[in-house]
Design a protein around this ligand. Structure first.
Ligand code: GAF
Length: 398
């Protein structure tokens, strides 16, 4: 029996990881299988750490854990896609040189910090979320393991706690100061719906996303510029600087979420060119999420697409987190009437663009994009057609 409708490719992935689990650990009837998806984001970029709104969804590319408890306090992790193992004891969570176990150890550290008790376990994991493409394979990994431990050891964590602890694992152990969007999208995803999340209160609402006429296609630049993590932290600081300046005029402004494009405009001079542009983008982007949701309700996908282009323009010129490859891919769509909207997605400096494309024009669109990218960058452009699926879950197989 299978708990949700699993596509053939998913069944193949699960079978393959399970097989590798058996080869590595031997047969056991105690295994359980968990799945946590990668995410896309339609509108609302870099707004999560400004306490604003985002509009992500979880997709049909996921991380899977095949896992079972052990009698001792050892944790043995097997990265099936890399064919690499890492073992440690629950009493020693020191940071290994190898970086892929950081996510899992970070999760165990959060479990221990909460005073919760788990036993040792062994797991094989893998999946089809492209790494480094901006679909947040790391959040999927964190949510998947924590969800699995929660089920296996009866930790009584709700999904909100799973999201917050996964974000903390990334902030505190992995050392990436990410916001909450990626983990939330992975854990709370719903089939054919985008999630409007208020990143301050964690109130959320699902908006149906019509997939009968359009497809979401990701074009993967296949580059990740080294600036990515340092620039991310710099942007966070710049937003804090902007908040501090605006706060002088209104004590109620605790983050850019509390500001507005009008207020930013009024204090343009004092903010200075760079901070002004950062604040302008964020306050407009937060408003754009709200407007985009209204458009979804009206079924106005043409204007929704225009918002995506507006987001890209802001990320490129005001927030300055794009890169030539992303700008090229977005510009390439401008004269294609089958593309309603396109923009870079995620933290920036590489990864994917997200494109809203008329369904019947998708093969031609992909052909055009691949050929243009090959000519310009001599890179074979991977394109992923993504479907919006459910969030983290246990896959019941036997
Ligand atoms: C990365 C971060 F992890 C998210 O929290 C978010 O800030 C995003 O960049 C930009 O919107 O994915």
């Amino acid at each position: 029996m299978i708990s949700s409708e699993i596509l053939t490719t998913e069944v193949n992935i699960i079978d393959s990881i399970r097989e590798k689990y058996f080869l590595k650990f031997g047969n056991t009837d105690k295994i359980r299988v968990f799945r946590s998806p990668g995410r896309i984001n339609l509108i609302g970029e870099h707004t999560d750490y400004n306490n604003g709104f985002v509009l992500p969804a979880s997709v049909d590319k996921a991380v899977y854990f095949v896992i079972s408890p052990r009698e001792d306090d050892q944790v043995i992790l097997y990265a099936a896609d890399l064919d690499e193992s890492f073992a440690f004891s629950l009493g020693d969570l020191s940071k290994p040189e190898k970086s892929w176990p950081h996510y899992q150890i970070g999760i165990i550290e959060q479990v221990q910090k909460m005073g919760l008790t788990i036993g040792g376990f062994q797991a094989a994991f893998g999946g089809d979320v492209p790494v480094g493409a901006g679909l947040s394979s790391s959040a999927a990994l964190e949510c998947c393991l924590l969800f699995a431990l929660n089920e296996m050891y009866g930790l009584n964590l709700d999904r909100f706690s799973i999201v917050k602890m996964s974000q903390k694992a990334e902030n505190e152990y992995v050392g990436v100061q990410c916001g909450i969007m990626d983990q939330f999208a992975s854990a709370f995803g719903k089939e054919e719906a985008v999630i409007r999340l208020d990143c301050r209160s964690l109130d959320y609402e699902y908006f149906p996303f019509p997939m009968d006429e359009y497809l979401l296609v990701l074009c993967d630049t296949s580059v990740k510029h080294s600036l990515a993590s340092s620039a991310y932290n710099t942007r966070r600081l710049e937003c804090e600087q902007g908040t501090a300046i605006l706060q002088k005029y209104d004590a109620k402004i605790l983050s850019l979420r509390d500001g507005s494009p009008k207020l930013v405009e009024e204090h343009k001079e004092e903010l200075g060119d760079v901070i002004y542009r950062r604040c302008k983008f964020i306050t407009e982007e937060i408003q754009r999420v709200q407007d985009a949701c209204d458009l979804l309700l009206e079924g106005n996908m043409a204007d929704f697409g225009k918002k995506m282009y507006a987001t890209h323009h802001g990320l490129q010129h005001e927030y300055e987190v794009s890169c030539p490859e992303l700008d090229f891919l977005v510009a390439e769509t401008q004269n294609n009437s089958a593309v309603l909207g396109a923009r870079m997605m995620g933290g920036g400096f590489g990864g994917c663009t997200i494109n809203l494309v008329k369904k019947d024009a998708v093969p031609e669109f992909e052909k055009q994009m691949k050929s243009a990218y090959l000519e310009k960058y001599q890179i074979d452009l991977p394109c992923y057609r993504v479907k919006i699926t459910t969030g983290t879950e246990e896959i019941i197989t036997n």
